[in-house]
Design a protein around this ligand. Structure first.
Ligand SMILES: [Fe+2]
Ligand SMILES: [Fe+2]
Length: 322
């Protein structure tokens, strides 16, 4: 691991010492505390990207809200989409404690200067996709996010505790939907297999590039923002998912998947990293659509922001009058 140099403020070197000590003691850095600028910038980038993913992530499934096959399925899917909106809000609020404005973050998203998770640039073609997203995509999100509950930055860690509880519900509802389809007709089983075939590799890519191509990981781990490397988390996800796939009765589309007795984990094939790079660059199947829908929603909501700002202004005026 690369040793990490933390900048030291010339006027008060003891602040940097305190920062290092708090992180080393597994305590939390709070908004009022001194922190290195690079730590702040890393967190802003990561939390913003995470918040954007929650909000953009409502689109692929939102597509199916009006076409849910039953009232029960619709109620479940609505609850899930609303949870994701809530996750976005907690995370934008956590980012704001670092001195940024959520309006600016949204601007950076819709102008393409900030990213969101690559997974949401794939289309949802049928209702089995709703189940597979819950099972695989929310499942991968759980692997990524559970360790973030121990992140060294307090507001982010606390937001993640509640988010993770809700993500477990998302995963369970997806798996339950798939179990129901698998007990159905032959055509329904084919729908599930088709959705698994399309979502498996993009789900593995959610953990980001392999460790050799992830230059910031060492620093984020030293700062205890991240706890595990991308490849460790990907392995954990595969090990968790393979028995679930067997129980469900689907085949994961990877001919290299086999149990490795020696290391007690599943060996698996290499994701298509060129595809991941293309999707990150904006050339995935739905990138343009996702960003333009987000942009239109932001513009259509301008009147709400204006009304809220005006209301706040009047409240302030009234306080002054009293
Ligand atoms: Fe979420
Ligand atoms: Fe979720």
């Amino acid at each position: 691991m690369v040793p990490v140099q933390t900048e030291v403020p010339a006027e008060a070197p003891e602040l940097a010492e305190r920062f290092e000590a708090v992180v080393a003691a597994e305590q939390r850095i709070e908004p009022r505390d001194w922190m290195p600028e690079a730590y702040r910038a890393t967190l802003i980038r990561q939390i913003a990207q995470h918040a954007h993913s929650e909000i953009i992530g409502m689109q692929p499934e939102g597509n199916w809200l009006t076409r849910a096959p039953s009232l029960r399925r619709k109620a479940i899917l609505l609850a899930k989409a609303q949870d994701e909106a809530g996750h976005g809000l907690y995370l934008y609020a956590a980012a704001e404690t670092l001195g940024v404005d959520r309006g600016d973050l949204t601007e950076r998203l819709i102008s393409g200067r900030q990213k969101y998770s690559s997974i949401f640039n794939y289309p949802t073609l049928n209702y089995a996709d709703v189940g597979v997203i819950g099972w695989l995509v929310d499942g991968a999100a759980i692997c990524n996010q559970v360790p973030l509950c121990r992140c060294s930055y307090g507001p982010y860690a606390r937001a993640m505790v509640r988010i993770c509880k809700e993500e477990s519900f998302h995963q369970r509802q997806g798996y339950e939907l798939l179990m129901t389809l698998m007990r159905g007709t032959e055509a329904q089983r084919r729908m599930v297999q088709d959705a698994v075939d399309r979502w498996w590799w993009p789900s593995l890519m959610m953990f980001g590039p392999s460790d050799g191509d992830s230059p910031n990981t060492a620093r984020s781990m030293a700062w205890r923002i991240k706890r595990h490397t991308n490849d460790e988390l990907r392995q954990r996800f595969v090990d968790m998912t393979v028995p679930q796939a067997e129980h469900l009765g689907v085949t994961l589309p990877d001919p290299e998947l086999r149990w490795n007795e020696e290391r007690g984990g599943w060996d698996f094939g290499e994701p298509d990293w060129t595809e991941l790079q293309q999707v990150i660059k904006g050339n995935g199947p739905c990138n343009e659509q996702r960003v333009s829908v987000r942009k239109a929603a932001h513009e259509n909501g301008a009147w709400v922001r204006e009304a809220a700002a005006e209301y706040a202004r009047k409240q302030k005026e009234r306080e002054h009058d009293v």
